[in-house]
Ligand binder design. Structure first.
Ligand SMILES: [Zn+2]
Length: 251
């Protein structure tokens, strides 16, 4: 068996009993960070880039264990995903004092290109020992090049809260795109990775008679759930809280 080391380890900040400071009335930072991380994990796998995660569920990991998981992952790079708090607005990326800011700058710029504004790209030294990093994710993760990404502020007085809710996937994708290009791999957008359109299907969508595309994947034809449901005169309701669709038929 050949075991391929991951190039990248994605760290979802916080988890379990630690909700994270970037929490507000709409979300907990630990959940938001995990959502972003799982999205990126799937995308990197689609792109054929070996990737792993520090956590894939809502569990608490101590900072010692978290750093050890990253250090021992075999990865060369780590992204630590977070939502900021403290009243600012915009994206921040933080790199180690021992690495140049190129990757951190590009990651921030990628998110800015998706409409987020830039707060800062920086590194921070430990006050008691300026030869060391302030953040443990830099200080304790060995030779893994770690970038902390704060996608925006949970308590922004400007528009971060709305932007994060609406565009988080674009920001997450911006990181996928930037990193893929940074390591010299071929990037394809999610749309470019869709299977080929097979045939047109007629039906109803939001009460309109429309013709839409279908996709053939492993001998099964796929069309959007809402389209099928509404074509059969059912109501299709997305329950964001439970992360599920409900199809309600009229009786
Ligand atoms: Zn955090």
């Amino acid at each position: 068996m050949i075991i391929i080391d991951p190039i990248l380890i994605i760290d979802s900040g916080h988890g379990g009993k630690d909700p994270g400071g970037g929490t507000n009335h709409l979300w907990k930072e630990k959940d938001f960070a995990l959502q972003i991380s799982l999205y990126q994990y799937d995308r990197f796998r689609q792109l054929g880039i070996p990737v792993t995660l520090t956590r894939n569920e809502d569990v608490f990991i101590s900072s010692v264990d978290r750093a050890r998981i990253v250090r021992e992952s075999g990865a060369q790079y780590c992204f630590s995903n977070h939502i900021n708090a403290g009243g600012g607005d915009g994206v921040e990326t933080i790199h180690s004092i021992h690495t140049d800011p190129t990757l951190a700058t590009r990651l921030a710029q990628g998110i800015v290109d998706e409409g987020q504004n830039l707060r800062r790209v920086f590194s921070r030294r430990l006050t008691t020992d300026p030869k060391k990093d302030y953040f443990f994710m830099h200080r304790e993760t060995g030779s893994v090049r770690t970038t902390i990404i704060e996608y925006g502020f949970a308590d922004s007085k400007l528009d971060d809260v709305e932007q994060l809710q609406t565009y988080w996937m674009d920001y997450a994708e911006a990181v996928v795109k930037t990193f893929t290009t940074f390591i010299g791999r071929e990037y394809k957008s999610p749309n470019q990775m869709l299977p080929k359109v097979q045939r047109k299907v007629n039906g109803l969508l939001n009460g309109e008679r429309v013709t839409i595309d279908s996709y053939l994947i492993k001998n099964t034809t796929y069309v959007p759930l809402r389209f099928i449901g509404e074509s059969l005169d059912a109501k299709v309701v997305w329950d964001a809280q439970r992360n599920e669709y409900n199809i309600v038929t009229k009786k």
